[in-house]
Design a protein around this ligand. Structure first.
Ligand code: AMP
Ligand code: MG
Length: 354
């Protein structure tokens, strides 16, 4: 058991992107020392909070799997803070498409799969010959990676299977006592995990949708013949090992509803009562306010601003869990842009789609 410490980085430094100054804070100096001693540190990224360890040390990486209760066959994403680090961990050559995407989207929420060098231990990649790499844009993440001069393996800093953490308190609620240190950098801007892609000759597989959307990728790779969003049902064997596990799920049973089906759902008093929460888009919430609704109504934001919905999604699910409803109904959103990522997470978290 650890006595979990939380060290804050000032919002002003983060807002002003003062990476050098952040590197000099006590929080980052302490965190870097922990990492160099093969300990774990939870830290903010622009997507969600990550649970970091030296990606090259099996002893450190093993602690991630233990703290999260993560299955050992679910590989980790390795985080770097400059391009030179990439060539130390992946095999050359790197395709021209990969270079184009890196130059456009790094630092940022795009993870690419490469052939790995021997020095990356099998534990980090679940014994795959490939490694997933990303350069986050959050100044605290960049400062921490820079201060350690190491590549950091860092999955989301939640208990395996639960919604990802977008605030330090979410990390604390899941991992208190299991990790020694959390760096608090406020709320993550994006709120859903990075896009994960694999490049194959003239074809791109999106293994996990995120804030870098299919449209954004095809804009950069105009001559790419196909950009395919890999769905689990298409595959007998998941391409990305993490795809086969239940993910992002709150304790409270979650159903996804389509607005057209809501009227009949609300006629059922076993559903429409004070023990149910309805999480709806602003458009639907406005419409419901005038109706006789017994369930608690939560507005998750306008469907015209899907980025805002992504930002608060995991936070809403976590808050509702603390209030112990019997059922949470959440409205589906359009699967376009970042809506693709929202629906991907919700479909894995839900036990029923209506
Ligand atoms: P998390 O770290 O929890 O955000 O999850 C990382 C995701 O990246 C997992 O679901 C993995 O399936 C995927 N991933 C990591 N490494 C690889 C790899 N070498 N090949 C394919 N997918 C990977
Ligand atoms: Mg995760």
């Amino acid at each position: 058991m650890y006595k979990t410490k939380i060290l804050k980085v000032k919002q002003k430094l983060i807002k002003e992107n003062k990476i050098k100054k952040i590197k000099d804070t006590e929080a980052i100096k302490t965190a870097a020392e922990y990492i160099l001693n093969n300990q774990l540190v939870a830290f903010p990224t622009e997507t969600v909070y990550g649970l970091g360890a030296n990606a090259l040390e099996s002893e450190a990486v093993n602690k991630i799997f233990v703290a999260k209760g993560r299955p050992a066959d679910n590989p980790l994403i390795v985080h770097i803070s400059n391009k030179r680090q990439l060539f130390k961990i992946v095999k050359q050559p790197i395709s021209e498409s990969a270079h184009k995407l890196i130059d456009t989207f790094w630092p940022g929420p795009l993870t690419l799969i490469f052939n790995k060098r021997e020095r990356i231990p099998g534990l980090t990649t679940a014994d795959l010959s490939t490694v997933a790499v990303r350069m986050p844009s959050h100044p605290v993440a960049l400062a921490l990676i820079g201060a350690t001069e190491l590549a950091l393996a860092a999955p989301s800093a939640n208990s395996s299977g639960f919604p990802s953490p977008t605030q330090a308190v979410h990390v604390y609620n899941d991992l208190n006592g299991k990790i020694p240190l959390i760096i608090d950098g406020g709320i993550c801007n994006i709120g859903v995990e990075s896009t994960v892609i694999e490049i194959k000759e003239n074809k791109i597989d999106i293994l996990r949708p995120g804030a870098v959307t299919k449209e954004m990728i095809s804009e950069v790779l105009k001559d790419c013949s196909t950009i395919n969003l890999v769905s689990e049902s298409e595959e007998n064997k998941p391409k990305s090992p993490g795809m086969k596990y239940k993910h992002y799920a709150p304790n409270t049973p979650l159903w996804i509803f389509n607005k057209a089906k809501l009227k009949s759902l609300l006629k059922d008093s076993k559903i429409n009562n004070k023990n149910t929460a309805i999480v709806a888009t602003t458009q639907t919430a406005v419409h419901l306010k005038n109706k006789d609704i017994k369930a608690e109504l939560i507005d998750m934001g306008s469907k015209d601003n899907l980025a805002k919905i992504a930002y608060s999604l995991f936070s809403i699910l976590r808050d509702l869990d603390l209030r112990e409803f019997n059922l949470v109904l959440i409205e589906e959103v359009p699967s376009k842009g970042i809506g693709e990522a929202i629906m991907n997470r919700l479909k894995k978290a839900a036990i029923k789609i209506i």
